[in-house]
Design a protein around this ligand. Structure first.
Ligand code: GLN
Length: 438
């Protein structure tokens, strides 16, 4: 019989073989030192039929979510020696439902990045194509699921950080609606955009973990929670109206894979499909960064070297420093109204445009990432970097929900398809995603 303990031991030996040695994926920063004991306790509960809904599931956590007694370092030297004094709300609910936490995963430093290369503790490799980046910033979480080091993982997504690595690593990744999942205990990058979400091997595990962490939480004032019915996910929504995003991407091969998949599904389920243009989507990246810079700058002021670890400016990498300096500059009084407020106005337009589109369409579908990942170590321009989340960051700005599901491959590199639904329609989102998975 497969027990939680035997499963854990298999995962540990896989990690031993291929994470630090062998293929050196480098998905994990720290393993849970109490995992073996915790697995035994969960197995006892399973025997007595007293176990929670996540019993038997082994879950990896991005290193920016607090777990009591462990080192939520955010892959930064700043918090290298920080021990979390509490559990984030999502961790509390996972533990209560007997999910087993296997460890902390690698990431871009403070979630600032696209590829996993800004981690202070070394880049993570893409398990499906070792010389390529796995995508970021939840690089280790997506890689851990893809390399079969765990069942499910948690990531965080400010502009694409769950969906982009899920796409490149060939796994499923959900960015919940803003307010669906508690951010209490998440070391945030940009508080008005961040959401914690699951990365999994299939829709059913993704939905299961989401159903647990989307419980309403009083500790986070922006949290509303979101309810889904797991059985209903198997139902295919009839008479769907699907909008295919009209967006110019250079890699026509990627669009072709998406189009083929949509046509097949539309024929099978009798969905109506139509091209849809979003006028403001081209401004999304330019809108996203001023907001991120200002909010990140403000969030990092507590890393002053007195309370937590080291003074951030003295030890952080160049991407983090760029955002701190940029954020301090554009939030100066003399620039008020120029960048940040302008960005907030543009954000409103993007939100309105999505809202209007959802009056006509049940969902919008597009590639998750309009380009293939680059090779590890390859130098690419910042403009090329920005392409990674050109299609994911609009959904953070609008606050809607989106999922990336694996849909094909180009030369061994997985391709993800993004499905976007209106805020708090995760149920419908999972149903549509499941129709493709079938
Ligand atoms: N790549 C984007 C950025 O660097 C998104 C990161 C994220 O979602 N945390 O800001």
């Amino acid at each position: 019989m497969v027990t939680t303990l035997s499963k854990l031991q298999n995962y540990f030996s896989e990690i031993e073989k291929n994470d630090k040695k062998g293929n050196k994926i480098n998905a994990f920063l720290q393993l849970n030192p109490h995992a073996i004991d915790e697995a035994k306790k969960i197995d006892e509960k399973i025997k007595k039929r007293k176990a929670g809904k996540l019993a038997g599931k082994i879950i990896a956590i991005k290193a920016n979510i607090n777990i009591f007694g462990m080192n939520a370092s955010c892959a930064s030297k700043t918090l290298e020696d920080y021990k979390s004094p509490y559990d984030a709300s999502v961790i509390e609910t996972i533990k209560r439902e007997d999910g087993l936490i296997i460890g902390f995963t690698n990431m871009d430093e403070f979630a600032c990045g696209w590829s996993g290369e800004t981690s202070a503790f070394g880049v993570t490799k893409n398990p499906k194509s070792l010389e390529f980046v796995p995508g970021g910033s939840s690089s280790g979480s997506a890689a851990a699921v893809s390399a079969d080091f765990c069942d499910i993982a948690l990531g965080s997504d400010t502009g694409g950080s769950i969906r982009v690595p899920a796409s490149h690593c060939g796994v499923v990744g959900l960015k919940p609606s803003y307010g669906a999942v508690s951010r209490y205990g998440l070391i945030d990058m940009s508080m008005s955009l961040d959401q914690i979400g699951p990365i999994a091997k299939n829709i059913s595990d993704c939905a299961l973990l989401f159903s647990i962490i989307s419980e309403k939480d009083e500790n986070d004032a922006t949290n509303i929670g979101s309810k889904i019915n797991l059985k209903e996910i198997e139902k295919i929504s009839p008479n769907l109206k699907v909008g295919i995003l009209d967006f110019k991407i250079h890699d026509q091969q990627i669009q072709k894979i998406i189009d083929e998949n949509i046509s097949k599904a539309a024929k099978k389920y009798k969905w109506k499909i139509e091209k849809v243009k979003l006028d403001y989507i081209d401004f999304a990246v330019a809108t996203y960064f001023p907001i991120v810079y200002v909010e990140f700058f403000s969030a990092t002021r507590r890393f002053d070297g007195r309370r937590y670890g080291k003074r951030i400016e003295e030890v952080c990498g160049s991407e983090v420093l760029r955002r701190i300096i940029g954020g301090s500059e554009i939030s100066k009084a003399e620039h008020a109204g120029r960048y940040y407020y302008l960005a907030l106005k543009a954000r409103k337009l993007i939100e309105e445009e999505f809202k209007k589109t959802f009056r006509k369409f049940d969902c919008i579908i597009c590639p998750t990432v309009p380009r293939l990942p680059h090779k590890i170590g390859e130098k690419i321009s910042i403009e090329q970097m920005f392409q990674y989340d050109a299609l994911t960051c609009p959904v953070n700005l609008s606050g809607d929900c989106a999922i990336s599901i694996p849909i094909g491959k180009i030369k061994n590199i997985p391709i993800g398809m993004q499905i976007i639904c209106e805020k708090f329609n995760e149920q419908k989102l999972f149903q549509i995603a499941r129709s493709f998975e079938k």
